[in-house]
Design a protein around this ligand. Structure first.
Ligand code: SAH
Length: 235
């Protein structure tokens, strides 16, 4: 936790917060902080700054906070990601959030197992928590929205055209497509499932306006592919 993320409900006064639970434990056990220490803090959806510890015991962490800086700018990248296996999902969501991806769509694809859609990890609560972890990691406060699309075809036919308008739509697929490079416009980036997109899906996405791109000669895991692609787009 490189930033203690604050919520409106934590404020007992204008510049005074009281925290308990996970954040209290983290500051006590990992930061091993003391009264008088300063921590980097940020308000969800707002500014970042410093928190000075006024009280720290087993029941509460009280800080006086001064929020005076903007968080890092979001990346103009919308991620369209075939729903990963539950074990991978948390890492991908926290990772993409920490890199500053602006918005995330989790979509179905032929090689997404149906059972993945029933995973408790897709609950609003868990998706929220993973993004919070990503923001705390990156010292950011902007929560990227996540939208779930259980059906590939209506998403591609009815929603994608509007979604990708004004953006460069790119489809990461291993093969001989040109290697992904930084773009001058916002990007919509599609990443496939572990087994890859099937030919019919590639054809639909290309018809919708996506250009295939390669991330290099090695086939990467989904979470690595997301990180590599975002890095290649932003360097
Ligand atoms: N088994 C699949 C690979 C899937 S990898 C196949 O052989 O095609 C999971 C996803 O990560 C892919 O759908 C793609 O979006 C992305 N990916 C991984 N490595 C990549 C690479 N070298 N180039 C482009 N995309 C890649």
């Amino acid at each position: 936790m490189n930033l203690v993320l604050l919520f409106e409900a934590d404020f007992v006064q204008n510049d005074h917060v009281t925290l308990s639970g996970r954040r209290l434990r983290h500051v006590t056990e990992i930061h091993r902080a003391h009264v008088g220490d300063e921590l980097t803090v940020g308000l969800l959806g707002g500014k970042i700054g410093k928190g000075t510890i006024l009280r720290l015991d087993e029941s509460a962490l009280e800080m006086r906070v001064a929020l005076d800086r903007e968080p890092p700018p979001p990346l103009p990248i919308t991620l369209v990601l075939a729903l990963p296996r539950p074990k991978v999902l948390n890492r991908v969501i926290a990772g993409a959030t920490s890199m500053g991806v602006e918005r995330i769509f989790l979509i179905n694809a032929w090689r997404v197992e149906k059972s993945y859609w029933k995973s408790p990890r897709l609950s609003e609560e868990n998706l929220f928590e993973q993004r919070i972890l990503g923001l705390e990691q990156a010292r950011d406060t902007r929560l990227p929205p996540i939208e779930l699309r259980r059906f590939f075809r209506p998403f591609v036919d009815d929603e994608l055209p509007r979604l990708i308008s004004g953006t460069r739509a790119l489809l990461a697929h291993p093969g001989d497509a040109p290697v992904l490079s930084a773009q001058s416009e916002p990007v919509t980036l599609a990443i496939g499932p572990e087994g890859g997109f099937i030919e019919a899906e590639l054809a639909s996405l290309e018809k919708a306006g996506f250009a295939p791109v390669s991330l290099g000669p090695r086939i990467l895991r989904v979470e690595t592919a997301v990180a590599a692609a975002v890095a290649m787009l932003t360097r």
